[in-house]
Design a protein around this ligand. Structure first.
Ligand code: AMP
Length: 285
């Protein structure tokens, strides 16, 4: 059993705890989350634990990255359980600020990462990545980590943050962590809690369809349209899974591929009932 993490709710409090406990030369690691932690987050935290001397996790449901008020309001909030997961993973400090602490007045400053947000989720969630890039910048300013761990489950977010860090010379190393899945293949997500039992039973077909597409890419297919057709065909028997997008893009620039010649990110979003699921496979060859 590891010691319970220290819960800090104010920016000033976090700065003073870090000033006391961050010895010179110590590597400060950071895992930003929106809470409702599951085994996917736990894996990020464990990787973070291995790669840092002092590990901070944040739990903050960031209103400015939600483009639907209802999605923000019904986002699960489970701080006590989150603290227990952070404790088991060996997190030193959990930073869980309120909205007013992070946004005491409406922001007039935003971080926009251009180009990488035109496709995939960016096309359907206007302002989402601006909200993400802005809050991650604020959190990096507050925590000042040397390293941060982000999930490949949110591949576009990972590409956006990597690019932002490069473009703005932020002194933090970004480490991507593979997606943790349920035994039936469904990517773990805090939003899976909203699925009805019937929808939950259908959900694994989403990843299976992506796997079929990825297998075609890995077997040498060069035409993206052929791959996308196969994914759509694999989803067709499940009308409950309503496709928002399926795309094959370059994993760094998030631009659609005209021809597959190297690595390709096969990414999709579907609606299942009133829940939106995203998933992706990075195809290498
Ligand atoms: P969220 O709380 O959903 O904002 O996610 C916080 C971090 O956990 C992000 O970097 C996500 O990409 C990552 N994450 C979410 N789900 C998973 C998963 N199933 N496997 C690995 N990482 C994940």
């Amino acid at each position: 059993m590891s010691a319970a993490p220290k819960l800090v709710e104010s920016i000033a409090g976090l700065r003073s705890v870090l000033a006391e406990s961050r010895h010179p030369g110590a590597v400060a690691g950071f895992v930003p989350t929106m809470g409702a932690l599951h085994a996917g987050h736990a894996y990020l935290l464990e990787e973070g634990r291995k790669g840092s001397d002092i590990l901070v996790a944040s739990v903050f449901v960031n209103a400015i990255q939600f483009n639907q008020r209802e999605d923000f309001e019904r986002y699960p909030r489970t701080l006590d359980a989150d603290l227990a997961i952070c404790g088991r993973a060996g997190v030193d400090i959990v930073f869980a600020p309120s909205h007013a602490e992070m946004y005491p007045e409406p922001s007039r400053t935003f971080v926009d990462v251009e180009g990488l947000t035109e496709h995939l989720c960016g096309r359907f969630r206007p302002g989402h990545f601006r909200g993400v890039a802005t809050v991650v910048t604020k959190l990096f300013q507050i925590v000042q980590p040397d390293r941060a761990w982000l999930g490949e489950k949110d591949a576009q977010q990972l590409a956006v943050i990597r690019r932002m860090v490069r473009d703005l010379n932020m002194p933090v190393e970004i480490i991507g962590v593979p997606t943790v899945r349920e035994p039936d293949g469904l990517a773990m997500s805090s939003r899976n809690k909203h699925l009805s039992p019937a929808d939950r039973a259908v959900a694994p077909a989403f990843y299976r369809a992506l796997q079929a597409g990825a297998a075609l890419v890995e077997s040498g297919a060069s035409n993206p349209a052929e791959v996308l057709r196969l994914v759509q065909k694999a989803l067709a028997p499940y009308p409950e899974l309503r496709i928002e997008y399926v795309e094959l893009v370059d994993p760094d620039s998030i631009q659609p591929l005209e021809r597959i010649s190297g690595s390709a990110l096969l990414a999709a979003a579907v609606w299942l009932g009133s829940t939106r699921l995203i998933d992706n496979i990075l195809c290498r060859r």
